[in-house]
Design a protein around this ligand. Structure first.
Ligand code: L34
Length: 284
């Protein structure tokens, strides 16, 4: 097995598996429906949203993109979400983040019906993750879920391992901590106030880097044989850099994800997975 974890290939395999499942769902009477809402024209969001649309179309998800002007009012956006909440052909609703400053992101996320929240950002879904409710409908955030799938498909054991997460965001750091904890890892979350970052990373069997600072984690900070998952996507000039210095980290890691082609494609595949899950929950 190669040292570099090919997220692009794993994501493709997952999408192909989902495609077969979707064919069955269509034969039962209805394809899964996904609506992506994008506000304004942030270039990175444009890229991600179009990749989501393309992935959905390729595997037979009935996807719709709703683009709104940067100037849309919070009230109008909430009204749109309410319409989508009540539309039976829409299984999943995703509002691409970030939103403009005049719109309260938390309020928008909370307005999405929890059973259509394929992003897994709604407090009902994060709450069910936090409290370990596995027997109810629960969507998990796409990037953290994508990391778990990568580890599973690479046959990397989580149980009993030391996992150090760098970054405590609601979108990655906090949810991946819970997903790893649920799988019996010993989890450490580091952030800007952490006293000795190097020491925390050094004892990790699994390192998850999600801070958004280009190449801040270098090979000398990593334990020999550790698995390194790089969530960072930093645009530096024309280059796309991770939070990990790939060249030096690759020398010590047993396995490592590249940027691009690591976690990013998995995020999109997991959105597809969550949309299929939503369609199954909602029925025909
Ligand atoms: N609501 N907002 C909502 N849900 C999300 O899950 C996201 N995110 C993040 C930004 N805002 C969101 C994404 O989709 C980041 N993100 C995302 C998705 C996919 C990729 C990166 C970020 C991705 O596929 N990246 C490619 C490189 C693409 C490029 O050239 O820029 C990669 O191979 O890593």
């Amino acid at each position: 097995m190669s040292k570099i974890i090919d997220g692009k290939k794993i994501a493709k395999n997952i999408r192909m598996e989902l495609k077969e499942e979707i064919t069955k769902l269509k034969n039962e009477g209805r394809a899964p429906g996904l609506t992506v809402v994008m506000v304004g024209n942030n270039p990175a969001s444009e890229t991600y949203v179009s990749m989501k649309e393309k992935a959905a179309e390729e595997i037979g998800i009935n996807s719709k993109l709703i683009k709104k002007e940067e100037s849309i009012s919070e009230e109008a956006l909430l009204k749109l979400i309410d319409q989508l909440n009540n539309d039976n052909t829409v299984d999943g609703i995703l509002v691409q983040l970030p939103l403009p400053d005049h719109i309260d992101e938390k309020k928008v996320i909370e307005s999405i019906k929890a059973d259509k929240d394929v992003d897994g950002f709604h407090p009902i879904n994060t709450g069910r993750l936090f409290s370990g409710q596995e027997d109810v409908l629960r969507y998990e955030a796409c990037t953290p879920l994508g990391i778990i799938r990568l580890l599973e498909r690479e046959g990397i054991e989580i149980d009993g391992k030391n996992a150090t997460i760098v970054g405590r965001s609601n979108i990655v750091g906090k949810p991946i901590a819970h997903l790893l904890l649920e799988r019996h890892a010993t989890v450490t979350i580091c952030h800007s106030h952490t006293k000795d970052l190097k020491a925390e990373i050094k004892r990790a069997d699994i390192v998850v880097a999600a801070v958004g600072r280009p190449e801040m984690i270098t090979g000398d900070m990593i334990q020999e044989g550790a698995v390194v998952i790089d969530v960072g996507i930093n645009r530096v000039g024309k280059k796309l850099l991770g939070d990990v210095e790939f060249k030096t980290a690759k020398k010590v890691a047993s396995k490592i994800t590249p940027v691009p082609g690591g976690v990013g494609p998995m995020t999109i595949a997991m959105l597809m997975e969550n949309t299929v899950k939503a369609r199954k929950y909602h029925g025909v």
